[in-house]
Design a protein around this ligand. Structure first.
Ligand SMILES: C[S@@+](CC[C@H](N)C(=O)[O-])C[C@H]1O[C@@H](n2cnc3c(N)ncnc32)[C@H](O)[C@@H]1O
Length: 249
C-alpha cells in the first residue's frame, strides 16, 4: 500500500480524472484539468454530425482513446455507441469519462478492434474509424472487415505519399524502405513516450491514397466525400473520408 494510492479530497469529477493525472491527452469538458487536445469538441466529428443524421442510430467506434468522439456521438443522440479500445490505460480513461459524464448509451470494450470486427455479428448504421487505419499491420483486412459491419464509414487517416513525405523529414524517417503497396512504418522512439497512443505492434503499414480509395470502392463504398485534407500534416499526409454504400442507405 502506498499513500498515493488513496485520494484524500472529497469525491468529485476531478478526483476521478486525477486517477490518471499526467496521462490525459484530451481536454475535458467542464473545465476539468486533464490534457490539451480538443477531442471532445473535434471539428472532424462536428463535420460528420452535419453530414449524417446520427439521432437514433447505432455507431461502432474504433480506437476511442479517451472517449471524446464517443461523447460527441452520444451528444448527437446516437441510440448506441460501441467503442473498442486496445490500450488498457486508454480504456480505463474511457471508463472514467463514461462515469464522469454519465454516458449511458456508450459501451466501451477493451480489446483488439480487428478481432472484434472479425467476431461480431452485429451491424451498425455507421462506423467511425478516426486515427486507426494507419496503426494497423493489416489495413486492407481492417477495411474489408469494417465493410462487413456497416454501409457507412467515417475514416480519418494518414496515408503514404512519397512526394509529400519528401518535404517532411521527421515523418519520412519512420519508413525504413518506402516500398509499397503497403508501406512499413516503424514507431521507433515514439514507443517510449508515455502518451503513446498508436498501434498494438512496434510497426504498422500505411496505404497510399490511391490504394485507400480503390479499396473503399471495391468494397462497395460508391460515394466518397472528402474533407480535412492536410497534405502537410506534421505526422504525414492526412484526410477524412465519409464512405457510403448508396444502394443500401
Ligand atoms: C491516434 S489514436 C485516435 C484516437 C481518436 N479516435 C481520434 O481520432 O482522435 C488511436 C487509438 O486507437 C487505439 N488502437 C490502436 N490500435 C488498436 C487496435 N488494434 N484495436 C483497438 N484500438 C486500437 C489506440 O490505443 C488509440 O486509442
Amino acid at each position: 500500500m502506498s499513500e498515493s494510492d488513496y485520494e484524500t479530497e472529497g469525491p468529485s469529477p476531478q478526483t476521478a480524472v486525477d486517477v490518471f493525472k499526467g496521462l490525459w491527452v484530451s481536454r475535458l469538458p467542464g473545465g476539468l484539468e486533464a490534457g490539451e487536445v480538443p477531442l471532445f469538441e473535434d471539428d472532424r466529428i462536428s463535420w460528420l454530425v452535419e453530414q449524417v443524421p446520427i439521432a437514433g442510430t447505432s455507431v461502432l467506434e474504433l480506437g476511442p482513446l479517451e472517449g471524446g468522439h464517443s461523447y460527441m456521438l452520444e451528444r448527437a443522440a446516437a441510440r448506441r455507441v460501441v467503442a473498442v479500445e486496445a490500450n488498457r490505460s486508454a480504456y480505463l480513461r474511457c471508463l472514467v469519462v463514461k462515469e464522469v459524464f454519465g454516458m449511458h448509451r456508450v459501451d466501451f470494450l477493451c480489446g483488439d478492434l480487428v478481432k472484434y470486427l472479425a467476431e461480431t455479428r452485429e451491424r451498425f448504421d455507421l462506423c467511425v474509424a478516426s486515427g486507426v487505419l494507419y496503426h494497423m499491420t493489416e489495413p486492407l483486412e481492417m477495411l474489408e472487415l469494417t465493410s462487413r459491419v456497416c454501409d457507412r464509414l467515417f475514416l480519418w487517416t494518414h496515408y503514404y505519399d512519397a512526394k509529400l513525405l519528401k518535404q517532411n523529414e521527421r515523418a519520412a524517417g519512420h519508413f525504413p524502405d518506402g516500398k509499397g503497396p503497403l508501406y512499413r512504418y516503424e514507431y521507433a522512439d515514439a514507443l517510449e513516450v508515455t502518451s503513446f497512443c498508436g498501434g498494438t505492434r512496434p510497426h504498422s503499414f500505411w496505404l497510399d491514397r490511391q490504394t485507400l480509395i480503390g479499396t473503399l470502392r471495391e468494397l462497395g463504398f460508391d460515394q466518397l466525400e472528402f474533407a480535412f485534407e492536410e497534405p502537410t500534416h506534421i505526422n504525414g499526409p492526412a484526410l477524412a473520408v465519409l464512405a457510403t454504400k448508396t444502394g443500401s442507405t
